[in-house]
Design a protein around this ligand. Structure first.
Ligand code: HEC
Ligand code: HEC
Length: 238
């Protein structure tokens, strides 16, 4: 117990130091926004919004066991679009929706800038792993896609290793398997807004349930070595 409190304290101090050094090279207005965002992320708001780091991790690295996504290093534009979608109810989620509603537009933009400025967790790198044969369904879909179905490889938009291509294509590497799978199902079922050019609903519609499990496990595995993120606690789920 004591140990974890000390670790938490150390993590907070390291966070403060890294934010301070980031602030040093930023114009004042932007620095103010990031620091307002940090306060929301670490303390929540007086209106009853919980501290984001409670679920998304002290460094925004996510939580694999709980399926909470990583926010660190995602683009500010992407994060703030998602927060607005939660607030407006176009991206329904019982946990995020009420909190996003309680944030003002400028608070959403501030907290998005804060998480965008945090580094991707160590261990997430731009390389694909696993043997790429049709039998290795996850790696195959990720790096080759399926020509006969006109399914593009995930890497074509999400970058090598699913590292993400800012500002439009969020990273997949180091996201919890359960989170990746749930988002693909949401698009298949029309429960997440289509996003830019409605690219993801088309991709998801071409994936079977087994494909979704395989590709989600593949990308969670690319982030292996990431504390608190990466592969789900019990490996692949049915
Ligand atoms: C009680 C836990 C919890 C807290 C606290 C929390 N979140 Fe979340 N967050 C979630 C869950 C669960 C999801 C996945 C929602 C889904 O499946 O669509 C999520 C998703 C998100 C996403 C979408 C990420 C993506 O890759 O599309 C953003 C952005 C986000 N949260 C920001 C925040 C911010 C900012 C705060 C603090 C103001 C916060 N969250 C606080 C649980 C939480
Ligand atoms: C043609 C481009 C394109 C391809 C190919 C593509 N994606 Fe995406 N993907 C996107 C875009 C754009 C978004 C952002 C959607 C948004 O803003 O709501 C996205 C978002 C996602 C997300 C949500 C991430 C988050 O943080 O919530 C997941 C999961 C995802 N893609 C998985 C995949 C997988 C798996 C594949 C391969 C089977 C794939 N994508 C192929 C364009 C693409």
């Amino acid at each position: 117990m004591d140990g974890s409190i000390i670790n938490l304290r150390r993590a907070c101090m390291m966070l403060a130091v890294s934010v301070a050094s980031t602030l040093a090279v930023m114009p004042a207005a932007q620095a103010n926004e990031v620091s307002a965002g940090q306060t929301i992320a670490t303390h929540g708001t007086a209106q009853g919004v919980a501290a984001c780091i409670g679920c998304h991790g002290a460094k925004g690295e996510g939580n694999a066991a709980a399926g909470f996504p990583r926010l660190a290093g995602l683009s500010a534009a992407y994060l703030s679009t998602q927060l607005t979608a939660f607030a407006e109810g176009t991206r329904p989620n019982p946990i995020m929706q009420p909190m996003a509603k309680l944030l003002t537009a400028s608070e959403r933009s501030a907290v998005a800038s804060y998480f965008a400025g945090l580094p991707a967790p160590a261990g997430v790198k731009a390389s694909d792993s696993g043997s790429v044969t049709p039998a290795n369904v996850g790696a195959w879909i990720a790096t080759r896609g399926r020509w006969d179905q006109a399914l593009p490889a995930c890497v074509q938009c999400h970058g090598p290793g699913g590292i993400g291509v800012a500002p439009t294509f969020p990273p997949l590497a180091g996201q919890p398997a359960a989170y990746i799978a749930s988002q693909l199902h949401n698009w298949k079922d029309g429960k997440r807004p289509p996003g830019p050019m409605a690219l993801m609903p088309v991709v998801a519609s071409k994936l079977s349930d087994a494909d979704i499990t395989a590709v989600a496990d593949y990308y969670a595995g690319v982030g292996v070595g990431v504390t608190g993120a990466g592969k789900s606690a019990n490996g692949s789920k049915p």
